[in-house]
Design a protein around this ligand. Sequence first.
Ligand SMILES: Nc1nc2c(ncn2[C@@H]2O[C@H](COP(=O)(O)OP(=O)(O)OP(=O)(O)O)[C@@H](O)[C@H]2O)c(=O)[nH]1
Ligand SMILES: [Mg+2]
Length: 408
Amino acid sequence: MAPPRPTNRHASLRRIKEPQDGRAIDDALILWLQGPKTETGEDMAELHLHGSPAVVKAVLAALGRFPECRLAGPGEFARRAFANGKLDLAQVEGLADLIDSETEAQRHQALAQMRGALSNLYEGWRRSILEASALMEAAIDFSDESDVAGDAAERALAIVRELRHQILAHLDDGHRGEILRDGFRVVLAGPPNAGKSSLLNALARRDAAIVHEEAGTTRDVLEVRLDLEGLPVIVTDTAGIREATGAVETEGIRRAMTHVREADLVLWLNDSTGDAVPPPPELLSRGPEFFAAVATKIDLAGAPPPPDAVPISVKTREGLARLTATIASLAADRVGSTETPAITRERYRSHLETCLEALEGFLGGNTADYELRAEELRQAAQALGRITGRIDVEEVLGEIFGRFCIGK
Ligand SMILES: Nc1nc2c(ncn2[C@@H]2O[C@H](COP(=O)(O)OP(=O)(O)OP(=O)(O)O)[C@@H](O)[C@H]2O)c(=O)[nH]1
Ligand SMILES: [Mg+2]
C-alpha cells in the first residue's frame, strides 16, 4: 500500500494507496519497527494518518482486503506483549490503569506500575523465597549431616523472617493504592433538607441533583467525580436520614446508610439555623478520620455555627474553598506518598495474603521437617508468581539449581 518498506525506525512520508487499483487514500508518515524491540516484541508498522473517519475507514477497508490482516481484539497488543515477555501481568494492569487514569496522582501511580514498580518489588521477594527454598533443598540433601543441614535451615529462617516483616508492612497500607486507583469516596449525609444536594451541585459546579425546600427530596444515590489537587474524589449525595414516611424513602435511607458505612469520608451536614441532629453512632465508631461535621446555610443563621463543624453557605459560596481544601487534605493523608509502590488491586492483596500464610506456616513449622517446610516456601513463591504471571515451575527449579551447585 505504500512501497517500498521504510528503513527500520525511520519515519517516511508516503502515499498510501488502495492495493487493488492504486488509488491514493492519504499522504502519511509511516514507520516500520522491527521486533523484538517493540511494544509487543513483534514486527510492527505504524501509519500516522490524517485522522478523519473517512481516511481511517478507507485504510482499514484496504487492509481488510489482505487475507492475513484483521482488526486486533480488545487488549490483544497487551496480551502479545505479555506472551512475548515484554510486560508481566502487574505491568499490563498498570497499563490499563494508565489508559483509564483521570487525575495526576492516578497517572503517576499507574505509570510507575507499568514501568514495573510493583513487579520489581514482588519479583525481589520471590527471589528471596527461592533463595530460602534452595537453602531448604540443601538442608534436605544434607539431612544426615545435621550441622550443615541445621545451618542451611537457620539461614532460610532468617530470610523468611525478614520477608514476612516486609510483606506485613506492605499489606498494612490503609488501602491507599486502591483508594487512589478507584477514587476517594466522600458521602454527603445528614437529616433531610440539610442542604446535601445543594452542596453536591456546588462542588460539581452544575445542577446534578434536584434541590427543593421539601424534606425528603433525594431518594436515589447520586455521584459526581472531582479532581481535587490531582486526587480523584467521588462525592455521593444521599437521601436525608430520618424516620421514613414511605417505602421509597425507606429504601433511599437504606441505600444512604450502605454508602455511609463504605465511605472513605462522611460529611455530616446540619442546617445551622436549627437544632443539629447527631450522626448515627455507627458512623462515629469508625473513627474520627472517617467523619467531618458541616454546618450549612450560614447566610441565614443567627447563632454562630458549632465550633467543631465546617461552616458553609452554598448561596454565598462562603466556606466552600475551606471545605474542599479539608477534603483534599484528608484524601491526601489517606493516599499518602505515591513514591513507594502501593497495592492497587484486591487481586494482589489476596495473593500476598496467601503468600504470607505460607511463610507463617514455614516459620511455625517443625524445625526438623525440612520437606514439609520446603513445600510451604514453594506455595509462597507461587502466590507471588501469580501476581506477575510467573508461575513456571521449571523456571523456579532452574533458578534454584543454577545458582547453588548442590551437586558439587
Ligand atoms: N439560604 C440558603 N439556602 C440553602 C443553602 N443550601 C441549601 N439551601 C436550601 O435548603 C433547601 C434544601 O436543600 P437541599 O439541597 O435539597 O437539601 P437536601 O439535604 O438535599 O434535602 P433532602 O434531599 O430532602 O434530604 C433548598 O430549598 C435549598 O435551596 C444555603 O447555603 N443557603
Ligand atoms: Mg437532597
